[in-house]
Design a protein around this ligand. Structure first.
Ligand code: SAJ
Length: 408
């Protein structure tokens, strides 16, 4: 590793799914980045040039940045000219956003701030968070009042394609004043090739929440159709394919629910603050959650029907655990929820649990997807992994296709 003489240009508070790739990218542009994470293991892993998360091309980018001496990880921040907050904003009971990590990260850099520094929040945040943090900073450091540049700039990258999208996606930049917006824009210009759009902090905060809520609402529409079609004995995949032939209709795909740590979470940030006004957004969340419950019930009922018809318990293949196709991420996964729910009420049925993107799991005993599909009486497709499309199932099997593998 090369040794850096100067002090860092950027402090990145949070080295997770977004913070680490962003830190590596900024480091690649020649800047010296001091990455901060509260987890010592994460810090040690990164300083050894390795990564703690699975994301294509991230390992090479981090190894390069660390080797060049442009990325150093630590549990504590140091003095820099730009501070970026990229920490989680989960939600508490009753689906209220928890901004305590953003606050803690801000408090940690408070003593380091100097006149002319740039402070950016990237974490998904309720509207008003940037103004709130500005207030917090100036209440503790009144001598800096109006002497800092403060902006909100949400990340918008798709897990699985982060390294490409970080560079090529457009970005929305909202400062607490015009000078802050301009300062943040000049910063992102150094490593983003997508267009940079200027606005104010509140609009930028809402923009992030609305992007994910919009997708959630559209998926809810598709999931609602899947419930209607199940009753009406219509193939929902064929139906959506045909409706999408209309030049102004573009329906998304139904599935076994909506998962991940963004789309299934961010709409609650709007609902929590604007409950009376956000009826569609709130209902979409309910529909997408209900879809997972419905899938679990459908499996249980199909199991009972099989037993009545054949006089024995069926062997059931549960195909997929990840929160979406072709990834290994099980966080907030509706497929995992369904598998847990079905297993809870299990009466010695034989289950084959399948997830081709992970080698083993500490709770579930995994089975190869070919073996599972061959040996099961009931095959349940929970996630549309590419491997499942290659399967040729015997005609006698009962198939529950929640993600459009079979199509007809
Ligand atoms: N899903 C469906 N049907 C569809 C599309 C998705 O059921 O037609 C499900 C997926 O299976 C998954 C969930 O929705 O369970 C979310 O998957 P996703 O691919 O739509 O999104 P994420 O969570 O991986 O990433 C999203 C992206 N937001 C948008 O596309 C508006 C990404 O750009 C954001 O940066 C990311 O959230 C984030 O970090 O907020």
């Amino acid at each position: 590793m090369k040794i850096k003489k100067s002090s860092p240009d950027v402090v990145m508070m949070g080295l997770g799914y977004i913070g680490l790739p962003t830190a590596a990218l900024i480091a690649k542009s020649g800047k010296y980045v001091h990455g901060v994470d509260i987890n010592q293991n994460v810090v040690d892993t990164i300083n050894s040039g390795k990564v703690h998360i699975v994301e294509p091309e991230l390992d090479a980018a981090v190894a390069f940045a660390v080797n060049e001496g442009n990325l150093v990880a630590d549990t504590k921040p140091v003095n820099a000219r730009t501070y970026i907050i990229v920490v989680p904003t989960p939600f508490k009971d009753k689906n209220e956003p928890d901004t305590s990590f953003v606050e803690a990260a801000t408090v940690a850099i408070l003593p380091l701030l100097e006149e002319g520094d740039l402070y950016i929040i990237e974490s998904t945040s309720p509207v008003g968070t940037t103004e709130k943090m500005t207030g917090l900073i100036y209440s503790k450091r009144p001598e800096l009042k109006n002497k800092l540049y403060v902006a909100y700039c949400p990340e918008r990258v798709l897990p699985g394609n982060v390294m490409h999208e970080l560079v090529h996606n457009d970005r929305v930049i909202g400062g607490i004043d015009n000078a802050s917006t301009q300062k943040a824009l000049s910063f992102y210009q150094q490593f983003v090739k997508g267009e940079l759009h200027k606005t104010n902090a509140r609009t930028a905060e809402m923009c992030k929440l609305v992007e994910n809520s919009s997708r959630d609402v559209q998926i809810a529409f598709a999931n609602e159709l899947s419930l209607i079609c199940d009753k009406a004995d219509i193939n929902v995949w064929e139906l959506i394919n045909l409706t999408n032939k209309h030049p102004r209709v573009n329906i998304l795909q139904p599935g076994c629910g909506v998962g991940g740590h963004c789309i299934a979470v961010d709409p609650y940030f709007i609902v929590a603050d604007y409950p009376m006004e956000s009826k569609i957004i709130g209902t979409a969340r309910e529909i997408n959650n209900y879809k997972s419950f419905w899938c679990a019930e459908k499996i249980k009922n199909t199991k009972l029907e099989f037993q009545l018809k054949h006089g024995r318990k069926p062997r059931i293949a549960l195909m997929g655990l990840a929160f979406k196709p072709n990834i290994d991420d099980l966080r907030e996964s509706p497929a995992k929820y369904i598998v847990q729910k079905v297993l809870q009420d299990s009466n010695d049925e034989e289950y084959f649990i399948v997830e081709p993107n992970i080698a083993s799991h500490n709770v579930f005993k995994l089975t190869d997807y070919n073996v599972a599909a061959e040996q099961a009486d009931i095959v349940v497709f929970l996630v549309g992994h590419k491997q499942f499309f290659e399967l040729e199932l015997d005609k006698g099997k009962v198939v529950l296709d929640f993600c459009g593998i079979v199509r007809q």
